[in-house]
Design a binder for this molecule. Structure first.
Ligand code: GLU
Length: 422
């Protein structure tokens, strides 16, 4: 077994997933070499004037993993823990995610080492504008289109768009997705990742001849993905019995009242589920090993690891987060016949509606919410079916290798068709 430090390196893990897949599909070694290396990496340190007139220097990254299938696409993450290997992994997962759902993008990701809750709104705005300026030669509607990720809201995305637009001298709606509705955002984008997690969960259950009614669910994370997944699952009569966030958790075996909990988090107590009165407290560690039908890790990477994989009791894991399960945990869970629906399929609803937003922004012609949700469902149902076909074709036990097989083959084909320049 590998050392723990290695187990928790997301880029090493992304490469392990690529290598496992390469073996199964007998990937051309030349293509493999290309995919093992991100195409472009920006490491930037930039000064920002704080409210007290002092200057802080921040570090940020933008990684473009591969653009064979179209302009690069992926979010920007604000977190004190973000690092280059994490951003490289996340960028490569975007390459594969956009390929699984077959939308015409490559993969990218960005990050700034910052704890946004410690900054004032004006400081956050200056950090965002200066980071955008650092990326200015890389991004653009035809080059690389950033979007929200952990701790980056539509408001922050609006500042990215404005900074880009001021420098270009025109309003470039297509440079970012996840914008506020008033300035070219798409209906349905905010909920899209959570909605996608639900659609994929329903489809997986349907395949097992089960319905989502009354299934018990534990959700790790109550940010954009976890909260919208909880809301939609609750509307469809699923029973969400436990939720945790970075500060605490709540548990109710009868099922949590999600609208009430959302109201509690939004309007009252520091935006956390901690101390919610109509449930018992629960820790993150306890949540992950609860006896539930479905466990949905919707927070950050490296949550299901060699340490807890043998204690997981859920029958099905749906990855709302990117990279929540390490490859070592993956093999333990596979041995134990616990089904994992991988991130590059399960959380692809967000980037899929980002694609719709980009198309609407470029055309300056906007869709209604039903159109968005219907188009999202069609794409995800097709992707799930295609992943299942791969699972059969290559006789893979797990869905991750099947989804990666579909994605890597699509990217490989694009590279082969275009050829190597010059
Ligand atoms: N950050 C999201 C993800 O990891 C969305 C990316 C996007 O919409 O471009 O999929």
């Amino acid at each position: 077994m590998e050392l723990k430090g290695n187990e928790l390196n997301p880029w090493k893990n992304a490469l392990t997933q690529l290598h496992n897949t390469a073996e199964v599909i007998d990937l051309d070694k030349n293509i493999q070499k290309i995919l093992e290396n991100p195409a472009k990496t920006l490491i930037t340190t930039f000064p920002v004037t704080m409210d007290d007139e002092s200057i802080e220097v921040f570090e940020g990254y933008r990684v473009q993993h591969n653009a064979a299938r179209g302009p690069c696409k992926g979010g920007i993450r604000y977190s004190p823990d973000v690092n280059l290997d994490e951003v490289k992994a996340l960028a490569s997962w975007m390459t594969y995610k956009t390929a699984v759902v077959n939308i015409p993008f490559g993969g990218a990701k960005g990050g700034v080492v910052v704890e946004p809750s410690k900054l004032s709104t004006n400081e956050l705005k200056r950090v965002t504008r200066r980071f955008t300026y650092s990326m200015i030669g890389m991004i653009g509607p035809d080059r690389d289109i950033p979007a929200p990720d952990i701790n980056t809201t539509p408001e922050i995305i609006a500042w990215v768009m404005d900074t880009y637009s001021m420098i270009q001298g025109y309003t470039g709606l297509g440079v970012v997705t996840g914008k506020p509705l008033e300035i070219g955002g798409s209906l349905g984008r905010l909920e899209a990742t959570g909605r996608g997690v639900f659609i994929i969960m329903e489809d997986t259950l349907r395949q097992k001849k089960q319905s989502s009614k009354n299934v018990t669910i534990a959700i790790q994370g109550f940010g954009n993905v976890g909260s919208n997944f909880a809301k939609i699952a609750h509307e469809h009569s699923a029973k969400i019995i436990a939720i945790t966030d970075a500060f605490g958790g709540c548990y109710n075996p009868e099922g949590l009242n999600i609208p009430e909990l959302l109201d509690y988090v939004t309007n009252h107590h520091n935006r956390t589920v901690k101390n919610y009165p109509n449930g018992e407290p629960i820790t993150n560690k306890e949540l992950l090993t609860l006896n539930v039908d479905i466990l949905a890790p919707c927070a950050i990477q490296n949550q299901i690891t060699a340490e807890n994989a043998d204690k997981i009791e859920a029958k099905l894991i749906i990855e709302g987060a990117n990279g929540p399960t390490t490859p070592i945990a993956d093999s333990i869970l596979n041995e134990r016949d616990i089904v994992i629906i991988p991130d590059i399929l399960a959380n692809s609803g967000g980037v899929t509606v980002s694609y719709f937003e980009w198309v609407q922004s470029l055309q300056h012609f906007f869709w209604n919410e039903d159109q968005v949700n219907e188009a999202l469902r069609k794409i995800l149902v097709r992707a799930f079916a295609e992943v299942n076909q791969m699972k059969e074709k290559y006789n893979t036990k797990d869905f991750r290798t099947a989804a990666m097989a579909l994605a890597v083959q699509r990217v490989a084909r694009a590279i082969q068709l275009r050829g190597i320049f010059p």
